[in-house]
Design a protein around this ligand. Sequence first.
Ligand SMILES: [Zn+2]
Length: 238
Amino acid sequence: MTVLLFQSDSYLKDFEATVVGFQDNALILDRTAFHPLSGGVDHDIGTLTVNRSQYNVIQVNEDRLTGNVFHVVEGKPNVSVGDRVKGSINWGRRYSLMKLHTAAHILSSILYNKYNAYVTGGQIDPQHARDDFSLDSSDRQVFEDAIDATNSIIEKGIEVKVYFLSREEALKIPGIVKLAQRAPPNLDILRIVEVPGVDIQADGGPHVQNTKEIGEIALEKIENKGKGRKRVYYKLSE
Ligand SMILES: [Zn+2]
């Protein structure tokens, strides 16, 4: 099982680790700062240096059963189990993902509080975020208003809190239940991401420390995917 270093420090850019396994052109490490594709949030890219050779990391996947993280590199790596590795993540890409991910939490809380709308799907890549909401209205104004409200919260500069709770304690928090149920059922400890006064979720991904870092988001388009399913695309404003 790979220790996910970004869960305790989302700002870690460089790290050292040990190779614990490999498969074709993928390395499994004992610890990593690379975020694997999960929860709809795109994976990191970057480099791994091992035995004086540097490899580009082009894909990162997590095996949910074993908790092993596979770092897929370009070319056939010359490695053995036990080798020491230096890793670096592409920070620009990761920081965009963190900003959009934190913005997605705020937007979803606004639509939940105002319309009782749930997020039924979503995807975040460095350029765009996309969320599906269980909403009947596809009125553009509804989403314009929600994006404006999100930007007002971002501007307040709220410190985002990340902490770990036992499953039992976490399930006592009002509003967390629907999300905690989506977490793997065998997790005894849940990682909680809280934007105080706005949103609280059980969440394993990297987020910004302060909402102000997000800057501003802008609505791109909305799509009507049928009754009770509206898709919204947004991005970071330049
Ligand atoms: Zn999240």
